[in-house]
Design a protein around this ligand. Structure first.
Ligand SMILES: Nc1ncnc2c1ncn2[C@@H]1O[C@H](COP(=O)(O)OP(=O)(O)OP(=O)(O)O)[C@@H](O)[C@H]1O
Ligand SMILES: [Mg+2]
Length: 266
């Protein structure tokens, strides 16, 4: 834990790909037990920011402090030790079809712990019960619904009782009821297991339901951050367009800044 009690602290993070700044001087902090929601349009850098937080990408500059340890300059072993505290739910789901639901949830247990397989089985059953999927352990991901896959992903993410849960679009493609189920689960886990959560979403209902703090990204920068009430009350036109889901506003349709006509005729 950093001296001021933050679970995560990001300072002046910068990352460019091919000369384009995708993360542009981002700073924020998340306290232990908070649910931080990262919002923003497609391509604004949400997943890239998450990949930095979990140590898959290294920034060009800036710092990331996880429970008091700076991770961007850590060697592989030190980083692996910190990452054992993390649970990750990937945007693509990331379940392996060659394995059963139970085997998928057991993956991190087998990879990162030395418990014997009876204990591992028990741990898998407990996590599947937490996400309401008791009895489904022998099916394959291709045999269950999208909502169930998300819950299996969540069970796998929490398999080793992480202290920080990272979720990238945990509710995309789900119906409103299943979205509420996954949101409630996330909140339950945060409360029951005492976790901190960082959730990327562009589902506004979901965002306001789970967030204790929100940040809005736009073209790689944080353009607003605060509590859900502060975000709702913000007069920032980009934020308002996003929260209200309006087609017209300052958010551009095209991401490229080049001249379209020139590009078209070469
Ligand atoms: N490894 C990479 N190499 C080059 N460009 C990248 C790389 N990773 C991400 N980008 C670019 O960074 C930008 C942000 O991508 P990112 O995946 O973070 O967006 P996002 O906000 O998660 O979008 P979405 O809501 O669609 O998931 C995109 O323009 C993407 O092309
Ligand atoms: Mg993304």
């Amino acid at each position: 834990m950093s001296p001021d009690g933050d679970a995560i602290r990001v300072q002046n993070l910068v990352k460019s790909f091919g000369g384009r700044r995708v993360i542009d001087d981002i700073s924020f902090a998340v306290k232990r037990g908070e649910v931080l929601v990262i919002m923003g349009g497609s391509g604004c850098g949400k997943s890239t920011l998450l990949r930095h937080l979990i140590g898959v990408l290294r920034p060009d500059s800036g710092e990331i402090w996880i429970e008091g340890e700076e991770t961007t300059r850590m060697n592989h072993d030190a980083l692996a030790r910190v990452r054992r505290k993390f649970g990750m739910l990937f945007q693509s789901g990331g379940l392996l079809n060659s394995m059963t639901v139970g085997e998928n949830v057991a993956l991190p247990i087998r990879e990162h712990s030395t418990v014997d397989h009876k204990i591992a089985d028990l741990m898998v059953k407990m996590k599947l019960e937490l996400v309401g999927l008791t009895g489904f352990e022998n099916l394959r991901p291709s045999e269950i619904s999208g909502g169930m896959k998300k819950r299996v992903g969540l069970a796998r993410a929490i398999a080793l009782d992480p202290t920080i849960l990272f979720s990238d679009e945990p509710t995309s493609g789900l119906d409103p009821v299943m979205t509420a189920v996954v949101d409630t689960l996330t909140l339950d886990l945060v409360h029951k297991l005492g976790m901190t959560a960082v959730v990327v979403t562009h589902d506004m209902t979901s965002a306001f339901r789970i967030a204790s703090k929100m940040i809005m990204l736009f073209q790689g920068k944080i353009i607003a951050q605060g509590t859900p009430d502060e975000i709702r009350a913000s007069a920032n036109p980009v934020l308002k367009q996003f929260v209200d889901g309006q087609a017209d506003g300052p958010i551009p349709l095209r991401l490229s800044k080049g001249d379209y006509l020139k590009h078209l005729i070469g």
